[in-house]
Design a protein around this ligand. Sequence first.
Ligand code: AHM
Ligand code: MG
Length: 343
Amino acid sequence: MPDHADPSPIITIERHILDEQAVHPEATGILTNILYDLALAGKVIASKTTRAGLAEILGRTEDVNVQGETVMKLDRFADLTVTRLTDHTGRLAGLASEENASFLPIPAQYPMGKYLLVFDPLDGSSNVDFNMPVGTIFGIYHRLKDGGPVTEDEFLQPGRDLVAAGYIAYGTSTMFVYTAGHGVHGFTLDPAVGEFLLSHPNIRIPRPKYFSVNLGYQTYWSLGVRRYTEYLQGREGGVKGLSLRYIGTLVSDFHRNLLAGGVFYYPADSKDPKAPSGKLRLLYEAAPLALIAEQAGGYASNGRKPILDVTPASLHQRTPLFIGDRELVSKVEELIRGLDGAE
Ligand code: AHM
Ligand code: MG
């Protein structure tokens, strides 16, 4: 009898998510479909980012191009792509994005679902002009009410309540990385067939190799964070042999450290008195990546406590972020506690 068992099956994102759903008999398939919708959005955004440099030829951002159309900024394009692919499906009750001051309810003509989507459509978008990698970050929550119009407070949930989270990295290849609470799985887009194929099952953060931070700001940091940086550089009896890598796109810096081992941080600083909590956003940047980090054996903290335990007070709240290797992130909490005093 021939053996039909394939030792290395090709697993599409569709098959993988369906297999995961099959383990949960109570699952309705709605979450599965939201993840497909996001994977499709990722393909559309990826195809556009690879043409970003052609803006010089085809028309600059917000200019009118040769066909007489307005060339949309790429982050606006990414925002509209995610919104248009998800708002009419009856799966979501509302969306909140970095691009919009308020959350977006589902338009009245479409059915309402039971999930909320939070996302950063094009993280690192200032890198686009220099042909550097960018990303999309997303988190999915249950809505808190059974029906009726969605309200902002329903979005203000701690990361611990995320149902699923992930990101799409637009780099030398396009990758979709997600968790639905059962490990972290990475898929690489095969552009020839237009499918995301499982390339990184069950990702676990390896021993640390890198640290990633914008060292240009260190004069604005607290004593605890400066001492931590010395620790990472092998001074003060710290860890030996960590290399510095910083792209300036959270998704890309996080992704490298997830696969290679390391820690990323963007601490609170005194650079801008109006933004004392650093730059990154809690709801749609820090919390989704924090869930991925924990599911891969790592940890994310705001320097005092787990990111996943912080309930946002507003949609666009900023937070310090330390994320990656569990021991290294715990170390910064110890130094901040010891050197920076009480909050
Ligand atoms: P964005 O969401 O407006 O692109 O800003 C967030 C980005 C992150 O991707 C990155 O980690 C950080 O800003 C880099 O900031 P800086 O240039 O201050 O180092
Ligand atoms: Mg961002």
